[in-house]
Design a binder for this molecule. Structure first.
Ligand SMILES: [Zn+2]
Length: 376
């Protein structure tokens, strides 16, 4: 059966453009236990949490914590204890809070998110300055990429009696790792919010990596990516010969790239390493840099990354660009939408779900296996 509960309080919403005149909230559909999208997003959440709970990440989070404490004068009780050397478990406490009450996830392509992997909208803490994962922010994931991942899962399940096609598994593996890292990156933003407790207080400017951030604010998610993976993460779709007509080129499966901060070097994560990461073998590569591990990565030519003869941007579909320009839904989530998603009405009354760790981990490597979302 399903093993003990691991992730709790999961809620995943699908956002569509709101009808003119409709109430705020009507654009969010809460997904149910049978939804393959929900199961797939639960698998991403399991991966993201396991990645953040891994030994290599604990070290990265400790250094992120110390960097933020060096830059910001923080007075919250847990930070104060940590600063005074009286508490060592600030990282563990945050990750336990997230595990027991996972932040709400919205799968959406409404507005600018149509050309981004993910985004987090933070909210101010309550008057007591308490941090609650489901009140302090909302995480969005790109619906186009999630949709491609879910299609790959469906195709693999449909072929479960014969061996799944290499193509579907390639798409599945790459998108699962990419979106799992995206979700973990968004949780890093919630972690900095957990430390700082003020919506408007940005990450200090020197906590960033590569072409991200500016002289006012940093990008803790990119800083985290570099510390854990040795560079910042990017993704493109491979261009391949058409299987039915080799003279024609078509869009192939995605490739995950790791960039150095100056964008002079680029590595690709190998299939074997993607499988190992999905199998939670984090200590094998992370922390001491995936890019230095010959079995895990191979060098790519950076000049080819944005050359459409070799790779295509996953968001170049004209329909995605049209969605981005469709501002009817707004450029980003409005305060009213975020308030709805974290409201008591939703938190106390909408069903929430729990799922076991064993099932999540098995599904990552073999999506034909079951993921049972149990109503809490
Ligand atoms: Zn970010």
């Amino acid at each position: 059966m399903s093993g003990t509960t691991y992730l709790s309080g999961l809620r995943v919403f699908r956002q569509r453009s709101r009808q003119v005149g409709a109430a705020v909230g009507s654009e969010f559909e809460l997904l149910g236990a049978q939804s393959l999208t929900f199961k797939t997003v639960a698998s991403l959440a399991g991966f993201a949490l396991d990645l953040l709970r891994s030994r290599p990440n604990h070290i990265v989070f400790k250094s992120l914590t110390n960097r933020i404490l060096d830059e910001r004068d923080l007075h919250q009780a847990p930070m104060k204890l940590y600063k005074e050397g009286k508490s060592d478990d600030i990282v563990t406490t945050f990750l336990e809070d997230i595990r027991c009450s996972f932040p709400h996830i919205v799968v959406t392509d409404v507005g600018h998110i149509a050309v981004m992997n993910g985004r987090t909208t933070k909210r101010n803490c309550d008057a007591g300055n308490n941090f609650y994962p489901q009140k302090s922010g909302v995480i969005e994931l790109n619906a186009i990429l999630v949709g491609k991942l879910v299609d790959a899962v469906a195709a693999i399940k449909a072929n479960r009696r014969s061996s799944p096609s290499t193509y579907d598994m390639e798409v599945y593996r790459a998108l699962h790792v990419r979106l799992g890292i995206t979700l973990a990156h968004e949780l890093v933003h919630l972690y900095t919010h957990y430390l700082v407790r003020r919506q408007q207080s940005h990450t200090p400017p020197n906590i960033t990596y590569g072409p991200y951030g500016d002289d006012r604010k940093g990008e803790s998610g990119r800083y985290w990516e570099e510390r854990l993976f040795g560079g910042y993460i990017d993704m493109q779709d491979k261009v391949e010969p058409d299987p039915s007509d080799s003279r024609k080129l078509v869009r192939g499966p995605p490739v995950i790239g790791i960039w150095d901060g100056h964008q002079r070097k680029l590595w690709q994560i190998r299939t074997k390493a993607l499988d190992d990461l999905l199998g939670r073998e984090f200590s094998k590569y992370l922390g001491d840099q995936l890019i230095d591990h010959a079995g895990a990565t191979s060098a790519l030519r950076p000049e080819r990354w944005n050359d459409s003869r070799y790779y295509l941007d996953p968001f170049t579909d004209p329909r995605d660009r049209a969605r981005e320009k469709d501002r009817a839904g707004g450029w980003e989530l409005s305060a009213a939408q975020v308030n709805y998603l974290v409201s008591e009405q939703v938190r106390d009354h909408a069903p929430k779900y729990a799922v076991s760790r064993t099932e999540l981990q098995r599904f990552s490597n073999d999506p034909t296996l079951a993921v049972t979302l149990r109503v809490m």
